[in-house]
Design a protein around this ligand. Structure first.
Ligand code: MTE
Length: 317
């Protein structure tokens, strides 16, 4: 007889968020219904209104579901890539030096009028929602997390890019005193990443300010990062201080380091190996499982159309 034993990671999604917060959220869900349908700049909700003590936890947008259990925070929060704080996965202690209050995001480049906005003001302006996303690192491990944030398209709309803007460039803070990893001179600091404006406008592209129903812990890239779930994890730059709109394709941190291994597009594809390892499967954080990797990390239906006519490019490296 087959006996199904529940594994440690097979938890209901509600346990991904601390229970008190979850119950609180359930109570609020009715009042905040309609968040997902909020207009582009009017998506403010009762949970994130001025005067509210905290916009967390935000209402979960049910349109974003998972094919696997949420990774418990004790695994995802203690296995991080954040080279500013070292090259090991245990950056949590070093990242506690990151000072995230106050924090200002600069919007510049080809926009109607460059501006700066505090992260708290930005959150109050655009509102927050929670989404369950898969995350696939180029190193062939993966996790599934409840991010809190807002569509990148809302930030693009606030920025009002001019017609010449074709790309969006993300830049991480630079502070060698706070981030010892930035003293390593052979890395092209600061960490930068980029997307096309079309990619940035895809509904999956998400600006993240929280996870597991609370503000981002430092090691996840506090206080503001992006999540681009159909691409390898290095595209999801952390602790952003600047978002620039450009006519030319931005050079990224990893391209600057090793362009033959880490390109601009970096879409997940199990059939295209990294030059030094296979991308066919992935190790699921917090489990003893390896599962097949999916093209575009399982988000092909939403994003494959972005790459029509670009077949000549190195879309998967
Ligand atoms: N952003 C910055 N600024 N520095 C980094 O080292 N690492 C990237 C990405 N964003 C990185 C970064 C990589 S390789 C991955 S897989 C993800 O962050 C890891 O995100 P996580 O620690 O939240 O899992």
């Amino acid at each position: 007889m087959l006996i199904k034993r529940k594994r440690e990671w097979e938890i209901p999604e509600r346990l991904a968020t601390p229970e008190a917060l979850f119950l609180n959220r359930r109570a609020l869900i009715g009042g905040a219904a309609g968040l997902a349908a909020g207009s582009l700049l009017g998506g403010r909700t009762a949970l994130a209104a001025p005067g509210d003590a905290s916009p967390y936890p935000a209402v979960r947008n049910p349109a974003y579901t998972l094919d696997r259990p949420v990774t418990p925070e004790r695994f995802s929060g203690d296995y991080n890539n954040f080279y500013e704080f070292g090259t090991s996965k245990t950056v949590l202690p070093a990242a506690s030096a990151l000072k995230t209050q106050p924090w200002t995001l600069k919007i510049d480049g080809l926009v109607e009028k460059p501006f700066e906005i505090g992260v708290d003001d930005l959150i109050r302006t655009v509102g927050l929602e929670e989404r369950l996303y898969r995350h696939r690192c180029v190193e062939a491990w993966s996790m599934a997390v409840p991010w809190t944030g807002f569509p990148l398209a809302k930030l693009v709309a606030l920025a009002k890019p001019s017609s010449g803007a074709k790309y969006i460039r993300f830049e991480t803070f630079m502070d060698k005193a706070m981030a010892p990893g930035q003293r390593a001179f052979y890395y092209p600091w600061p960490y930068t990443e980029g997307l096309t404006l079309a990619e940035a406008g895809n509904d999956l592209a998400f600006v993240v300010t929280g996870v597991y129903g609370k503000p981002l812990p430092n090691q996840f890239g506090a206080p503001i990062r992006i999540a681009v779930p159909w691409k390898y994890g290095f595209k999801s730059a952390k602790s952003l201080v600047k978002v620039s709109f450009t006519a030319d394709r931005p050079k990224t941190f990893w391209e600057g380091l090793q362009a033959s291994e880490y390109g601009f597009w970096a879409n997940v594809n199990p059939a295209v190996p990294h030059p030094r390892w296979s991308q066919a499967t992935e190790r699921v954080l917090g489990t003893d499982q390896r599962v097949p990797t999916l093209i575009y990390n399982g988000y092909g239906e939403q994003v494959a159309g972005l790459y029509k006519g670009l077949e000549g490019e190195r879309l998967f490296v």
